[in-house]
Every structure is written in structure tokens, then in C-alpha cells.
Design a protein around this ligand. Structure first.
Ligand code: AHR
Length: 732
């Protein structure tokens, strides 16, 4: 039996205007060669420089941080100059001497005696026929030499060219190209017929047609795809890249402003270098252009806690504090102040009025975080009381003043669907929640309909609680198919086309259909029992199959896994019975999410203990020394989840319904007001849970709209595996 009873006259609370936002992090090469429209790879020749303090292991192609974190490194400059190659007689080598400025660590020494120097961009340079491209380079030569720069095919067919005479000290040489052909695998070619030396300090090639036509701007198609989601805000720049895995790889605002050829690059924790061309100024400019709020995340004095952390000393924490203050002043101070002047020099005399939120750290927790949080929060709040501050942990539980907490979930579709009620019992007087990162990851890495279904069910739960859960953002946003660090990602692109995964379409549907207030409603659904399976793993880590496990254990702590699928890290899926420090609990570790299954209760371990776990398909019993300690039957999986809002302006009831099951379900819909007999329904569904989009078929899973009959007390067939938004007018 399935029904939706709508009480449209009962206004529960206004919708949260900020509910749907964006989280941008430079992961999967989302920045350079992605959203940041630069077309040349390794434009400043420093991509292969080892991050400070790290050692390189050429056998494994990894770098090792001082605290012991290993990270892949596939572009060491001594093994080749990434992005660049020569043909014919030209020779190149990197030099640390005579670089363009103190932030440029390398220059490229080119010796032409005939021959060519080529840059292949980010997996090819994409050119469109008739489009314009802005090129510049900083170059020097002791004697005047003629250098031809062209856009050409891989085989050497020229589409546009310009000849410069390079002479004397570093000078900026620039020109505008118009390509006379479309080629998505083109090259930039520098050549000279003379026998000569040229030193290159910096190079750049940008399409003229960027988002809002900005120089140093964003790839228009990608920016527009983001804005089609009708976001309310942008969280940036990360993510783990803010934390880094060494002091030097932590994000600093100061490195990301000013002329791009003077910006320091930054080795990202996702194993590549960013030019920082997409910097603080550009993020704020994007927010201003898009009419959305900005949320700046800063490093609060430690590196990533999941990657052999380094907890910074007081002096360094103060340095990060200063960096954050300067960032805020850069955004907000008048042009006649030091940081306002810097912003004006960079082309924006007026303050950016978009900066509204500040997040203190990313995914940081524990005592180390609490101490740092307090330090930053108290000082920043005093100096900038107008901003809203976000904590990455429940710092209010440590007695600290907390305005909003950022919670992250990366898990399975089942986790999301089963947790649609997660926020139903939130303390209405407690802190506000920002669900800053979430995605179905386990079992749906390619971005499937299944993933979107789980997320949609979860989001209906968030919409039902948007008086407290005020903001959300899916993560990650982008994937360059040629460099994948994390899957799935909302938008997949190569150097000239892009598409949204099913979750993209879900978010667009939900964000386009907000309404004004959440009204009373009641949803009745049938459910499926959950099927858990997997082995037991005791203290000795030996794997035991079956549905019953007994062990005898000595000591004052106990940790046993059950329903363990044998997966690790981001794919982990196991239930853990943990007894330590006089307390016992059961926790489900699912992807990067952690769900408490049995709350902590007191428990006394004696010298010698008999521990026993008995499982059935969705229930378990935990017995310690013959006494039942925990037992639980997991909540069934609801087939139907939903939320109802009223759009006061258009006089419509908006009903979002998610059918997580594989069967069509008849849903009886009733309402306390007379409604028109017809309604508009938008549906996202697919042939199977595994349905997905691709470059070949980018719209395979995309919404379609229908006009349907839906008279009073009507039974509507809801398609299997579907996400539905129904808009129905209230009769005057
Ligand atoms: O979104 C990918 C990563 O997931 C983010 O960098 C981090 O915050 C989280 O662990």
C-alpha cells in the first residue's frame, strides 16, 4: 500500500533558499585544462618539480612526505618535460637560472637550428573553426631572433600563425589567433629557421570565448553547465587540497592572486600541479558573475588527518590565520586599504559582496581540531562578525560555539535510501547542518541511475528537514576523463565536450522545483528487508564465514567485524562491534561514511571473555559472557520516499517522489485542497539500475516531461527506479 496525503494548508517552514549549492575542488584535473580555460599544459615548465620536503622514488613513481605519506608522482622533470616535445633540430632543457621572477622555478632553454617546439595541451588543444585564441609568452634572447608561433594539427598542418622578433630581456609577446579549422587534437608550435637560443619564462593560450568573456576565465560550456543547476553558493577551493599532505602542499590564498605569471604553483594532494591560475580572485569573480554566494574553506593548521598528518606549531598556525584574514580583506575591504588595493590592482576596485561563508578546515576532527577551531572562530568572528562560520565537526559537543556543521557522506545507494530519515529527529534548537559533500560511491563509480536514486531518496529527507539542514553540495563536481582520481563525478568532460551523470539531472530537477514552503504531508510505503552478508573477522584478522561467530578473548578491548564484504578504504562495507574504555557500540563503516548502529552502552570486559555474534539476514545479536549486549534489526528499505512543498507564486503543489524499488508502484495521492485534474510530471528513470550516460550517449539517463491526468484521490503509477517531480495547480 502506497499513498501520499498532502496537507497544503499546513505550512511547516519556508524552504531554505541556500539548499542547493556547488562544491568545487581541483580533483580529477577539474581546474587547469578543465573549468580553468588555459589550453597549454605545463605553461610555466614547473609541473615536474618535486614538492618541497618530499623525496622521489623512481621505481615506484611515488613521492614520500616527511611524515611518511606516499603519493603518486608521474611527471618528474628528470624523466621528461610534461606537455612539451621537440621535432626536427630543436633541443630543450629546463633551467633554474634566469627565471621570469622569483616565483617561477624553471625557464625553458630552447636551442633552434631549425626544428620545432610543441605543446600538446591537455590531451590535445581543442580548436574550433573561426574561433579566436589569445596567446602570449614571456621570452628573451641575447640576439634578435625570429620565432614563428602557430596553431597546427598533430601532423603539422597550420591553422593560424604569427611571427615575433624576440630580442633582449624578458618581454611579453602576444597575439590573437583565429583558427581556420576545427581540430580537437591540435598543437601549439614554436619554430625558428635560425640557429639561435631563446629562453621561455611563461606561455599561455586561452580561448577568447570564455564564460562572460573574461581573460584568464572559465571554459564557458562547463561554467554554464554548473549554473544550469541553479546553485545558491560555491564552496571552494577544497576539499583535501586545502589540507595538503605537507606544510608546503597546504593551500595558501596569497599564492593564488595577482598576474598569473607571478603566482606560485601548488602541488595538489590529488597528484598533479595546479598553476593557481584559477585562484581566489577568479572564484569570487565567478560567484559575482553567477549571482551566487561564496564559501571559502581555509587550512586551520594541520595537514589531512587521513594522510599521516602534520599538526602545525603555533607560529605556522598564526601564518595561516594571517593568510585567512588577508583573504577576507582582499574580498571585502575598500580599495583604499592594503588588501582592497591589491584587489583593485587585479581589476576589481569594488569589494566582492559575495563572500558570505567561511569554513574552518576540511574534514578535521578531534582535540587537535577543537583547539584550532576555537582559535580561528573566536578571532575571525570578532573581526568579521558579518560572516557565517562552518565547523567540520560537531564542535558544539565539545562545548564550543558552533554556527553550522559540515557533514560528509560517501557511501552506497542503499545507505542513502535507508537514511532518508536521518535528520527527522534533529534537535530544532541545535546547530544547523550543511551536507557539504555526499555521493553514492560504492557499486556505482561510473555514475549510475542507482546512485542517483539513493541520493534522491536521501535528499527528500533533507528537504523535509530544510529548516535545519540548510545547505547541500554534491562532490566531486568534475572529472577530466583523462585523469581520474575519484569516481563518480557529477560532470564528465574531455577537452571539448561534457555530460552530466544521472545525479546531475536529479539535482537539476530538484533545484528547479523548490516551492516556497514545505507543507504537511504523510507518505505511506511498503519496504524491503535488507540483506546483509559477509564474513566475520576477529581480533586475529582471520576471516570466518557463516552466520555465527564465537571467540574467547583476553584483555580490556574488543573489535570484531561482521557482515564484512572484504573491501577496504573507499569501498569498505562492514559492521564493527567495538568495546573499549568501558563502553560498547556497533558501527557500520560504509565507504567513507560511518553510521552508528547501536549507541555506546557501558560494558565491562573481564580478563577472559566469550564473545558471540549471531546474524540473520537483516538482524544480529551480540552476546558477551552469556549476556545479550546489543541486538538490532536493520530498518527496511522504503520503496517510496518523498517531500511536498507549495509554490505560493505559481499556486502549485510540488511533490517529489522517489521509487527506489524495481517495480512500478501505485500511489494514491490525496490533497486537502481542490487541484486541477492535470499536472506536469518530470521523470528520471532508466532501463536498469546500472543505466548511465556516456560521451556516445550523453542523455541516455535524462529527464523527460509529461502532462498527466491526476484527479482528486487519484492513484498514480510511479515507474520503477524513478525520480519524479509533480507540479499541480491549486484550483482558485
Ligand atoms: O570530494 C573528494 C574528497 O572527499 C574531498 O577532497 C574531501 O573533502 C573528501 O574526503
Amino acid at each position: 500500500m502506497y499513498s501520499v496525503e498532502i496537507r497544503s494548508k499546513e505550512k511547516l517552514f519556508d524552504v531554505s533558499e541556500t539548499l542547493y549549492g556547488l562544491f568545487f575542488e581541483d580533483i580529477n584535473r577539474a581546474g587547469d585544462g578543465g573549468l580553468y580555460a588555459e589550453l597549454l599544459r605545463n605553461r610555466a615548465f614547473d609541473e615536474g618539480v618535486l614538492p618541497e620536503g618530499c623525496k622521489y622514488d623512481p621505481q615506484e613513481k611515488v613521492i614520500l612526505s616527511p611524515t611518511g605519506w606516499r603519493s603518486s608522482f608521474d611527471c618528474w622533470e628528470q624523466e621528461g618535460i610534461v606537455g612539451w616535445e621537440t621535432r626536427g633540430g630543436a633541443e630543450i632543457c629546463l633551467t633554474e637560472k634566469d627565471t621570469l621572477n622569483s616565483n617561477r622555478r624553471r625557464a625553458l632553454q630552447v636551442h633552434f637550428h631549425g626544428g620545432e617546439l610543441l605543446n600538446s595541451g591537455f590531451w590535445g588543444i581543442p580548436l574550433e573553426k573561426g574561433s579566436q585564441y589569445r596567446f602570449y609568452m614571456f621570452a628573451k634572447s641575447d640576439t634578435p631572433v625570429s620565432v614563428r608561433v602557430s596553431l597546427a594539427s598533430e601532423k603539422g598542418e597550420r591553422y593560424a600563425e604569427h611571427t615575433f622578433t624576440v630580442a633582449g630581456d624578458y618581454t611579453k609577446y602576444e597575439c590573437m589567433f583565429t583558427s581556420d579549422a576545427a581540430d580537437h587534437s591540435a598543437r601549439l608550435v614554436l619554430s625558428s629557421r635560425e640557429d639561435c637560443n631563446v629562453l621561455l619564462g611563461f606561455t599561455s593560450l586561452f580561448p577568447k570565448d570564455t564564460f562572460m568573456g573574461r581573460e584568464n576565465g572559465l571554459r564557458r560550456s562547463l561554467a554554464e553547465r554548473l549554473l544550469a543547476l541553479k546553485p545558491a553558493f560555491l564552496r571552494f577551493p577544497g576539499g583535501c587540497i586545502v589540507e595538503g599532505f605537507t606544510k608546503e602542499t597546504a593551500y595558501r590564498f596569497r599564492d593564488t592572486i595577482g598576474p598569473v605569471w607571478e603566482r606560485k604553483p601548488h602541488w595538489l594532494l590529488w597528484s598533479y600541479m595546479t598553476t593557481n591560475g584559477l585562484g581566489f580572485h577568479e572564484y569570487l569573480q565567478f560567484c559575482e558573475d553567477a549571482g551566487i554566494d561564496a564559501m571559502y574553506v581555509f587550512n586551520c593548521g594541520m595537514t589531512c588527518q587521513g594522510r599521516c598528518p602534520d599538526y602545525f606549531e603555533e607560529d605556522l598556525i598564526r601564518e595561516f590565520y594571517e593568510d585567512t584574514v588577508q583573504a577576507i580583506l582582499y574580498a571585502t575591504a575598500p580599495a583604499d586599504t592594503e588588501w582592497g588595493r591589491r584587489r583593485a590592482e587585479n581589476g576589481h576596485p569594488d569589494p566582492f559582496h559575495v563572500l558570505k561563508y567561511i569554513e574552518i578546515g576540511n574534514e578535521n576532527w578531534g582535540v587537535q581540531y577543537d583547539t584550532r577551531y576555537r582559535f580561528f572562530y573566536e578571532k575571525l568572528k570578532e573581526q568579521f562578525p558579518q560572516l557565517h562560520y562552518i565547523s567540520t565537526d560537531h564542535t558544539e559537543r565539545a562545548g564550543l560555539k558552533t554556527e553550522m556543521v559540515d557533514e560528509h557522506f560517501y557511501s552506497s545507494p542503499v545507505f542513502f535510501a535507508a537514511n532518508t530519515g536521518m535528520y527527522d529527529s534533529l534537535d530544532r534548537d541545535g546547530v544547523d547542518i550543511y551536507c557539504g559533500e555526499y555521493a553514492s560511491t560504492i557499486g556505482c563509480k561510473e555514475g549510475t541511475l542507482y546512485g542517483a536514486l539513493g541520493e534522491a531518496a536521501f535528499l527528500t529527507g533533507i528537504e523535509r528537514n530544510q529548516d535545519k539542514v540548510k545547505m547541500t553540495s554534491y562532490a566531486p563536481l568534475f572529472q577530466n576523463v583523462n585523469h581520474v582520481s575519484w569516481e563518480p563525478d557529477l560532470i564528465v568532460f574531455n577537452n571539448h565536450v561534457d555530460y552530466g551523470i544521472p545525479s546531475y539531472h536529479l539535482l537539476k530537477m530538484f533545484a528547479e522545483n523548490r516551492g516556497s514552503y514545505v507543507c504537511g504531508h504523510n507518505i505511506v510505503t511498503e519496504s524491503s528487508r535488507r540483506r546483509e552478508s559477509g564474513c566475520f573477522r576477529g581480533m586475529d584478522n582471520v576471516c570466518v564465514q557463516g552466520d555465527r561467530f564465537t571467540t574467547v578473548w583476553e584483555g580490556d578491548s574488543l573489535h570484531i567485524r561482521f557482515w564484512d564484504k572484504g573491501t577496504d578504504g573507499e569501498d569498505q562495507d562492514h559492521y564493527d562491534w567495538i568495546a573499549e574504555n568501558g563502553r560498547s557500540q556497533v558501527v557500520h563503516f560504509n565507504g567513507w561514511s560511518r553510521e552508528t548502529i547501536c549507541e555506546k552502552i557501558p560494558c565491562r570486559l573481564s580478563q577472559r571473555n566469550t564473545a558471540e555474534i549471531i546474524t540473520d539476514r537483516d538482524s544480529f545479536q551480540i552476546i558477551l559472557n552469556g549476556v545479550l549486549l546489543h541486538s538490532r534489526t536493520l530498518e527496511p528499505l522504503p520503496h517510496l520516499t518523498g517531500v511536498c512543498t507549495v509554490d505560493s507564486a505559481s499556486g502549485e503543489i510540488i511533490t517529489k517522489l522517489v521509487n527506489f524499488s524495481d517495480k512500478a508502484i501505485p500511489v494514491r495521492i490525496s490533497c486537502d485542497r481542490e487541484t486541477e485534474d492535470c499536472a506536469d510530471i518530470t521523470v528520471l528513470t532508466g532501463e536498469s539500475l546500472d543505466a548511465r550516460n556516456s560521451f556516445e550517449n550523453p542523455e541516455a539517463v535524462s529527464p523527460f516531461a509529461e502532462r498527466i491526468e491526476i484527479p482528486a484521490d487519484h492513484t498514480l503509477q510511479i515507474r520503477p527506479r524513478s525520480i519524479n517531480v509533480i507540479r499541480q495547480k491549486i484550483r482558485k
